[in-house]
Write a protein that binds this ligand. Sequence first.
Ligand code: SF4
Length: 291
Amino acid sequence: MHYEGPIYRPPSEADSLLVQATVGCPYNKCAFCMVYKKGPAFRVRLVDDIKSDLDEAREQYGAGIRTIFFPAGNTIAMPTDELAAVCVHAHAAFPHLERITVYGSSPFIHRKGLGDLKKLRRAGLTRIHVGLESGDNAVLEKIKKGTDSNEQIEAGRWVVEAGIELSEYVMIGIGGKERSREHAMNTARALNAINPDFIRIRTFLPKIGTLLLHQIRKGRFQLLSPHDALRETGEIIRNLEVTSQIASDHYTNYVNVHGRMPHDRERMLTTIGNALQMKEKMFRPAYVGNR
Ligand code: SF4
């Protein structure tokens, strides 16, 4: 097995076989992200090398693998025929395979278009994790996400229409104090337009070496307090009109809200209301992340 550069995977892929298909991120400009900033530069691994890693994993772990994740940061950017070929090979190598997952940001999904997404679904790609972060265009511009709300909505809808499970990540606090309300309302609006299978909540934590940390230190970005972040989370959940599963499977969050919308909305809002009764000093401190 060959790995190069940072290997990140969603928490939900903790039990998956990780076979690297791409290296780095082809965009690499998001103002909050440090994962691939120090390189290596983006490249797509040779299909034969990926297949050979899949074959090696089959020899090492047997045929019982049920889930595979193909790192790195934006594997959906692979040429469609190449990604399709490794998905087909993975299903041949592991006959009990139930899920193949990749990361993909909206511009790269959008470039694929509905036709290629359907082709990938037929080849056996079953889930994409997308960093929506925010549905507010001013926030998306400030964090240099390289996309806007319309593109994110269209890309998300195509993934759903192609029959691929869609997991959208929302970042609490990424609008700072200044745009907390707009961030909440427009994020709910974008999610309502997409209705993804999963909405995964993360709370913004500044990372070392990023533009946003620089802006915080210059006083140009105000971090949310724990109570602000909880209120923002509640505002998003209150305004959702989706049937998505909500997960807050991340160490950055101040409270673990999870459930199926709309059935569990009130329970989640009660959890947030209870957390708001706690003094702010009871929550994790603000700190600078180094990963
Ligand atoms: S957040 Fe995703 S798209 Fe943005 S730089 Fe990091 S890996 Fe690339």
